[in-house]
Write a protein that binds this ligand. Sequence first.
Ligand SMILES: O=c1ccn([C@@H]2O[C@H](COP(=O)(O)O)[C@@H](O)[C@H]2O)c(=O)[nH]1
Length: 232
Amino acid sequence: MIDKPIVVALDYNDKNQALSLIDKLDPALCRLKIGKEMFTLFGPTLVKEIHDRDFDLFLDLKFHDIPNTVAKAVSAAADLGVWMTNVHASGGLAMMQAAKKALAAYGNDAPLLIAVTVLTSMSDEDLTLLGINIPASAQVLRLAKLTHQANLDGVVCSAQEAQLLKSTFGKQFNLVTPGIRPVGSDVGDQHRIMTPPKAIAAGSDYLVIGRPITQADDPLAALSAIHQSLQA
Ligand SMILES: O=c1ccn([C@@H]2O[C@H](COP(=O)(O)O)[C@@H](O)[C@H]2O)c(=O)[nH]1
């Protein structure tokens, strides 16, 4: 198991609420993620406030645009000093290659660049509605191949595809898996889910976990129970 596999997804509309949770967390034990909601509300200032607290930050903005625009967007993310950022693999090979090339200028300071395959909220039926008539796992594999070809650092997928992708692309290709649900927690809008220990056993490198922690009555206790479940 990778060091610090848990990435807490902070999806709050209240910065103080987020900071009050962050201030109770230990940067030696977990990483953090902010996405479209918090970055749109609080921008680079929040990124700095999180970095000031010594956390590795995944800036989950899922860029999906023409190559030139995405290359500039990932460079802007790199300028913020984030640990990881991402694009949508369905933006295509040329877009992912342009993004990767833009980060070369940052050398060892470049963030990890990964690509979203199929959102964990989507089922096979949702793909059919988009005219994609193959199972989600097959579409994930197809987009992961493109991502690997573009030399990105890994993909966002569900833990349900982790075993297939690890055996296809090997250890170095990072698998970042949202849709993590401890036994008994609300599934919400997620479809392709797995528990934390099963996700690690399947080959997930990073477990992105939001509401099971942030919406818990005691977020610290929820996080600590997940930690414990991974040590067993
Ligand atoms: O396929 C994806 C890509 C990103 N996400 C993000 O992960 C978290 C999950 O939060 P939960 O509350 O644990 O469901 C959230 O920020 C999503 O934007 C994803 O769920 N699936």
